[in-house]
Structures are given as structure tokens and as C-alpha cells.
Design a protein around this ligand. Structure first.
Ligand SMILES: Cc1cc2nc3c(=O)[nH]c(=O)nc-3n(C[C@H](O)[C@H](O)[C@H](O)COP(=O)(O)O)c2cc1C
Ligand SMILES: O=C(O)C(=O)c1ccccc1
Length: 380
């Protein structure tokens, strides 16, 4: 078998799976080669974005200890493959809360996609649909949820909600998400106050530029800004359960003691997340918080993880440590900024192909085959 990048690239391009996408050539900050990795998409995004917007997307809270820890935690875990299991070509698809996805990688809810591409969340939704995965539309989207759904027929959408102090307004947003066809409500619980990201302050990035707005905060009663609600409590989860038949996903769980109350209130899934290191700095890496939360959930509900996932092998590490799926935030924005809808789709397809290959090399027939005995902590 011939090796070497030239041969690998030519072969990859022919299959249209793991190879580069020639139409993305020139989007890479590195030069004419299209990005081959999520890291290269990050460099391409950095080269293209206004520095204030790049830093808004990239930044973390405080000293960014947690931001760095999210990625670093994956490097401290190694995969331990099984051999000769006759697994055959692996499947990468999963079903979560009744929604089918082509891979155990979802698009995490992130704000302000029109800062990265004029089509914004429309482009992201089309990219998610092209890859066959679930997009969690942010409450802080710069395209209204109805317009996101209309732009990408067939896209599997969930909706992320910041519960607002005005519950009547909150209910109107929930109704809009339902009517747009969103199949789950992802309630963000880690933001009773907004984390301070000093990179934003340094650029004076305080608000969206003229012409861009949080379109889900606009309705007949006017335009509002998103409130972070310190009064948020388990009672609000009860209220939401009464308000909607949609499954409720709780995003931003780190403490295993928060799992029981969530299950008692009928929460349908949990997302282990520190908001990409943007809320409380000095909390653990998402991957390090995962095992205890997954153990507390005891397979009663799906457990998702986000924060620092940059490779297919990272996805497998999270699955082995108890996750049913992961979500990616910044990488999708890098794709969008580097190459619009095609760039975002390429980021997702790269991850899908990497997950498929890593499953095959681990002797797994499907994502469900990963188990805790297939990871070891590196001795450093
Ligand atoms: C620019 C940006 C905006 C975000 N906006 C939201 C949001 O509106 N709602 C939310 O629940 N989480 C939001 N998040 C957090 C993500 O959903 C997710 O937890 C995080 O990005 C995962 O880490 P990763 O970027 O390392 O993949 C945002 C993250 C980023 C980077
Ligand atoms: O920037 C964020 O992380 C975020 O969650 C958010 C919340 C409200 C408005 C814009 C972004």
C-alpha cells in the first residue's frame, strides 16, 4: 500500500468522504490547500474573521483555565482497541430521543452565526441536514427559528432555551420552536449569570453590529435582549414540562447530585457541559466531569457531552466514558467562517469519517460498543 500525503489526498478526494474538498481551497489561512482537520478550519476562520468576532467565538471566562482544560482532558485519555472481533464496517448512526442522527455528534447551540457567514444559522442547518445530524438552534440565533427550519427542510432541529423571567414570553418562544418542528427543548442551566470573557471586553464587543439581532427574541410584543435568570430553579423545569410535550434536555450539568432531581422531574436527557469554558472558569473539563454524571444517570436517560471535541477519537473517548453522543460548538463556527455552508458541512463530515475510522480501528461495530474498559488514563 502506498502512503504519503499526495496519494492519500488523491484517494480521499475520489471517495468524497475523508478527502479534502477542492472548493474549500483558499479558505485555509495556511494557503491553497483546503483544510483537512478541524484545527486547520480554526486557522482558516481566524484568518477570515474580524478579530473581535473571532475572539467572541473563541473566548472563555476568566483565565480560560476551563477552556484549555476541555481540550487537554482528551489528550490525557488513550483509547484501548479490541482486535479480531469481526465487527465488519462500523455504523456511525444513533437515535436520540427519537431523533435519528448519522453520527453521535450534534451541533451544539451557539449564538450569532451571521457574524461568521451572511446566511448564518440557515447555512448551519443545511450543513447539519447534509451530514444527517441534529442541530441545536440557539435562542440567541441571528436567524429566527422558523426561518432556520424553512431554509433546511428535513433538518433535524432541537431548540435551546434560556428560560426568561417573563414566563409568558418564554412560552411564546417554546410555541415557536414547536411550530417550527423542533423535536426537543434544550434548557441551559449553567447561566444564572453571564460569564465574563475578557477577550470580549478588550475588543469592546458588547452587542451585535447594526442589522443583526437575536431573532428569536423578537415577536409581536417587540424586541428583547436575553436575560440570564438567577432565579431559575427546578420549579421552572416543572413549569416547562407542563408547558410542552417536547422532551426536555438539561444542558450544563457538572455535579452528579444534580442528576437525581433532573430525573425526578422527567428530564429526558442531560448534557455534561461547562459552556465551552465560557461561564464559570476553574470548573472541571467536561470530559473529567462525565463519568460521575453518567454513573448517577445509570443509563436512565441519554447523557451528552460538549466541550473540546476536535477529533473523531475524542468522540470515542467520550462515548467510552459514558456519553451517548457529543456536541461541537466552535468547530462548526470555524467551518462556517472558513467556507459557509460547505465549510460547516465539511467540518461535520470530517468528524463523521473520523468517527467511522476510529470505530473500525477499535473493533467496534457501532457507537454503542464503546465501554469504559476501552480507555486508559495516560500516565501524565
Ligand atoms: C460563540 C459561542 C456561543 C455560544 N452560545 C450558546 C448559546 O446561545 N446557548 C447555549 O446553551 N450555549 C452556547 N454556547 C455553548 C455551546 O453550546 C457549547 O457548550 C460549547 O461551545 C462546547 O464547547 P466547544 O466549543 O469546545 O465545542 C456557546 C458557545 C460558543 C463558543
Ligand atoms: O456567548 C455565549 O456563550 C452565550 O451563551 C450567549 C448567550 C446569550 C446571548 C449571546 C450568547
Amino acid at each position: 500500500m502506498t502512503t504519503g500525503t499526495g496519494t492519500a489526498r488523491a484517494g480521499g478526494a475520489g471517495t468524497g468522504t475523508a478527502g479534502p474538498d477542492a472548493s474549500l481551497a483558499g479558505t485555509s489561512g495556511a494557503g491553497a490547500q483546503p483544510p483537512l482537520t478541524l484545527r486547520e478550519f480554526e486557522a482558516a476562520a481566524r484568518a477570515r474573521l474580524d478579530p473581535a468576532h473571532y475572539d467572541y467565538f473563541a473566548g472563555g471566562a476568566g483565565d480560560e483555565v476551563t477552556l484549555r482544560a476541555n481540550e487537554a482532558a482528551f489528550a490525557r485519555v488513550a483509547l484501548l482497541p479490541r482486535v479480531l472481533r469481526g465487527a465488519g464496517p462500523p455504523r456511525t448512526d444513533v437515535t436520540l430521543l427519537g431523533t435519528a442522527a448519522s453520527m453521535p455528534v450534534l451541533v451544539a447551540p451557539t449564538a450569532f452565526h451571521r457574524l461568521a457567514d451572511p446566511e448564518g444559522e440557515r447555512a448551519t442547518a443545511r450543513a447539519a441536514a447534509a451530514t444527517g445530524t441534529i442541530m441545536i438552534v440557539s435562542m440567541a440565533a441571528t436567524v429566527a427559528v422558523e426561518d432556520v427550519a424553512a431554509a433546511a427542510p428535513g433538518a433535524a432541529l432541537w431548540f435551546q432555551l434560556y428560560v426568561q423571567p417573563d414566563l409568558a414570553f418564554t412560552e411564546r418562544v417554546v410555541r415557536r420552536a414547536e411550530a417550527a418542528g423542533c423535536a426537543a427543548l434544550v434548557v441551559t442551566a449553567d447561566s444564572p449569570a453571564r460569564g465574563v470573557r475578557e477577550r470580549e471586553l478588550r475588543h469592546g464587543f458588547l452587542d451585535l453590529p447594526d442589522g443583526l439581532r437575536c431573532e428569536n427574541m423578537r415577536d409581536g410584543a417587540g424586541t428583547r435582549s436575553i436575560a440570564m435568570s438567577p432565579e431559575l430553579s427546578w420549579d421552572h423545569i416543572d413549569r416547562l414540562r407542563e408547558m410542552t410535550a417536547l422532551p426536555i434536555v438539561l444542558k450544563g450539568v457538572l455535579h452528579p447530585a444534580d442528576v437525581r432531581p433532573a430525573l425526578d422531574r422527567g428530564v429526558a436527557a442531560l448534557v455534561v457541559s461547562n459552556h465551552g469554558g465560557r461561564q464559570l472558569d476553574a470548573v472541571p473539563a467536561a470530559l473529567d466531569a462525565l463519568p460521575a454524571v453518567a454513573a448517577a444517570a445509570g443509563r436512565a436517560v441519554p447523557v451528552l457531552l460538549d466541550g473540546g471535541v476536535r477529533r473523531g477519537t475524542d468522540v470515542l473517548k467520550a462515548l467510552a466514558l459514558g456519553a451517548d453522543a457529543v456536541a461541537v460548538g466552535r468547530p462548526v463556527i470555524w467551518g462556517l467562517a472558513a467556507g459557509g455552508e460547505r465549510g460547516a458541512a465539511r467540518v461535520l463530515e470530517l468528524l463523521r469519517a473520523e468517527v467511522e475510522l476510529a470505530l473500525a480501528l477499535c473493533g467496534c461495530a457501532s457507537p454503542g460498543d464503546l465501554a469504559p474498559d476501552m480507555v486508559v488514563r495516560r500516565p501524565w
